[in-house]
Design a binder for this molecule. Structure first.
Ligand code: IPE
Ligand code: IPE
Ligand code: MG
Length: 244
């Protein structure tokens, strides 16, 4: 558990988004197959969820599989899907115990039927939990999400359920997969890459970005604390002026 004193006086971001990257390189460094990195990486998700919650984070959104990740070799995609399926299965058992509320964001219609069923079950079972809100981005791509939102909006417009004048940022946000979830305050990307890779483009308009060279399977509670300290060193201006 985080030593509360270490973080005393610090503002804890309400919502942290993470691009968990570097599983493959982590394995390569150990002369192991990439899939071994995914196994270790998936184990780290629960550890970081717990650490974030203990710190006081309310929303955590993790990028598990992108719409572009299908272009990887078939056996790697298969391993990642198996790990995600197991993760979701464990979550079903765990959510009641740890009071976590889980939502999957992304286009789940491309996933196999048993996985979709598991996702629906998990979301249903955990819907009324009041602890950490965990969003798992699975077959997620921000451009895809925005297009799906726009199509649903056009259907409602066609049905005259909404009018052109009503369309504003708030209404549009309600068509996104992240409906009702506040925008991330802090983005963490591991493994040294400094790009968004199609993650939460709309939602991260004013998010603070923290990049670290640590590879995801090694990312620890202490690294999370470092990210929160970095966040506290920033003055968020949202287009306004500095305070002093
Ligand atoms: C992140 O690790 C996990 C997924 C994208 C599913 P990578 O698999 O991208 O690892 P690197 O970037 O090749 O090291
Ligand atoms: C982003 O990582 C997607 C996930 C972490 C799931 P990638 O490793 O796929 O991103 P690129 O290809 O380096 O941009
Ligand atoms: Mg990567």
């Amino acid at each position: 558990m985080a030593n509360k004193n270490d973080l005393e006086g610090l503002q804890i971001p309400e919502h942290i988004a993470i691009i968990l990257d570097g599983n493959g390189r982590w394995a390569k460094k150990r002369m192991m197959p990439r899939n071994y990195g995914h196994v270790q990486g998936s184990k780290n998700v629960e550890r970081i969820c717990r650490a974030a919650y203990n710190m006081g984070v309310k929303y955590l959104t993790v990028y598990a599989f992108s719409t572009e990740n299908w272009s990887r070799p078939e056996d790697e995609v298969e391993t990642i899907m198996k790990l995600l399926n197991n993760y979701l299965k464990d979550c079903i058992k765990l959510t009641t115990k740890n009071n976590m509320k889980v939502r999957v964001i992304g286009n789940i219609s491309r996933l196999d039927e048993s996985m979709q069923k598991r996702i629906r079950e998990l979301e249903e079972i955990s819907a009324s939990n009041t602890g950490l809100n965990l969003q798992v981005a699975l077959n997620y791509g921000s451009r895809d999400e925005i297009l799906r939102a726009m199509k649903r909006m056009m259907v409602d417009y066609d049905k005259k359920a909404i009018s052109l004048d009503e369309i504003d940022e708030t209404l549009f946000s309600e068509y996104l997969d992240t409906k009702d979830i506040p925008d991330p305050d802090l983005l963490i990307r591991t493994s040294g890459e400094q790009r968004l890779s199609n993650y939460l483009l709309w939602q991260m308009a004013y998010t603070e970005f923290y990049f670290t060279n640590v590879l995801w399977p090694d990312f620890s509670e202490k690294d999370l604390e470092d990210a929160v300290r970095y966040y506290n060193s920033k003055e968020r201006r949202f287009g306004g002026l500095t305070n002093g």
